[in-house]
Design a protein around this ligand. Structure first.
Ligand SMILES: Nc1nc2c(c(=O)[nH]1)N[C@H]1C(S)=C(S)[C@@H](COP(=O)(O)OP(=O)(O)OC[C@H]3O[C@@H](n4cnc5c(N)ncnc54)[C@H](O)[C@@H]3O)O[C@H]1N2
Ligand code: MOO
Length: 390
């Protein structure tokens, strides 16, 4: 049995960073840039109006003659001579001769003559200058940056429609257990609803992995190894739920061996999720999660989620979200790290009741997982503990 720290360190050192792919801009949010991105054009590409109003060439005149109207997107734009003005709207290209836009609120207009108070505006006002956002050749985004909606806007503004990002892994889920029924079907004697499939697919969806091959398997050694072989041929990461403990109908460990998966570790000194298995095969990762749903939740969030994030190019994905004082006492099993359903408030974090690994009730209220390390398994009120946002 290894410690939580050792298990995380093995995965951190084993998990590859995915290949690069060109992703459509509209699908690239939450991906990580695999290369720096430069602009090939300057933005704004032309001087344009920042306000709806009137464009003039600044002079000592106190009135101007409106001679044209320019809408955003207008293509045919006549020059403006001294003493003339154009009616102009936000985003419209500034004509030759115009150096100032007067917002319409400051204008008095009588037929085609406009007047305004020169004290209320300065020469050069309300013009967005060509190249004032970026010049052609400027680096807009470095490599290794999380793509936010703001970045999508920036890239679109310079005409970039595809981005080089780290590829997301393809994931396959194998749910084992004769007793497992998918929600929506009728339960018979001794059967239970599959909670692990929704937990795992929910986590994957949060990571932007929406297409996941999932199979339900009866507890059968041959079927388990055959399915693993098939999944290894078509997925980067394989997650198996249940069947990894020591029961007579637990076949996942043997199945891994038969499918040629090399064991990275088996059993971690943690609660829940002690019989957690991780293996590798030709750059692919295979996880055997103990079937109890809270063990599945914990093993995914503590190990598989950071591995997938690392695969997708993220750094610092193994650290807790923060540290807070504990609001109740806790006494755990010595030598085991405990991952606990908990509720975080502004000033502290409270461990919820119902910590058994079958018991999902506290997830209705929990917003964090608290980690109580194996070395200090007894905690008093006020002790600072690490927490992970759910
Ligand atoms: N003699 C021992 N027995 C057990 C040990 C042990 O060390 N010695 N470890 C216990 C711990 S801890 C865990 S966790 C479980 C892990 O068992 P398995 O990975 O073999 O999982 P199963 O036996 O298939 O299932 C365990 C439990 O979880 C329920 N389950 C399974 N799949 C689902 C699902 N998709 N959705 C909801 N619930 C599921 C299943 O019905 C069982 O109740 O082993 C202990 N035993
Ligand atoms: O490894 Mo467990 O403690 O029942 O989840």
């Amino acid at each position: 049995m290894i410690s939580v720290k050792e298990a995380k360190s093995i995965l951190k050192n084993t998990c590859p960073i995915g290949a690069c792919e060109l992703q459509d801009l509209n699908l690239a949010v939450d991906s990580i840039t695999a290369k720096p991105i430069k602009a090939s054009i300057e933005i704004p590409a032309f001087d344009n109006a920042a306000m709806d109003g009137y464009g003039i060439a600044w002079s000592s005149d106190d009135n101007y003659q409106v001679v044209s109207t320019i809408q955003a997107g207008s293509k045919k734009i006549n020059n403006i001579a001294s003493g003339q003005a154009c009616r102009i709207f936000t985003g419209a290209k500034i004509p030759q001769g115009v150096d100032t836009i007067i917002p319409q609120e400051l204008i008095k207009r009588k037929e085609d003559t406009i007047y305004f108070d020169k004290q209320r505006i300065q020469k050069g006002a309300n013009i967005r200058l060509k190249g004032s956002q970026n010049r052609a050749g400027d680096t807009l985004i470095d490599q290794g940056v999380l793509i936010t909606p703001g970045i999508l806007g920036l890239l679109a503004s310079v005409g970039i429609d595809k981005v080089s990002v780290y590829k997301k892994p393809t994931v396959g889920i194998i749910l084992t257990g004769n007793e497992i029924k998918t929600v929506g079907s009728e339960l018979e004697e001794g059967e239970i609803y599959d909670a692990n499939g929704p937990i795992l697919k929910g986590f994957l969806r949060q990571l932007g992995i929406n297409t996941v091959e999932t199979v339900n398997l009866k507890d059968d050694e041959k079927l388990t190894s055959q399915t693993l072989v098939r999944f290894l041929a078509s997925h980067d990461i394989i997650i198996v739920s249940g069947g990894i403990s020591v029961g007579e109908y637990d076949f996942v460990k043997q199945g891994m061996q038969q499918a040629g998966v090399k064991e990275l570790f088996y059993k971690v000194s943690q609660r829940p999720g002690k019989p957690f298995y991780a293996g590798a095969n030709s750059g692919k990762l295979v996880f055997g999660l103990p079937g109890n749903p809270c063990a599945v939740f914990t093993c995914f969030s503590q190990y598989i989620k950071p591995s997938i994030l690392q695969w997708m190019g993220h750094s610092d994905c193994w650290e807790p979200s923060g540290f807070l004082p504990l609001e109740n006492t806790f006494s755990g099993k010595n030598g085991f790290t405990h991952f606990l359903k908990a509720k975080k408030s502004q000033n502290g974090v409270s461990i919820l009741s119902g910590q058994e690994s079958f018991n999902l009730f506290a997830y209705g209220e929990a917003n964090v997982t608290v980690e109580i390390p194996a070395e200090h398994s007894i905690k008093a009120v006020g002790d600072r503990v690490a927490y992970y946002n759910l």
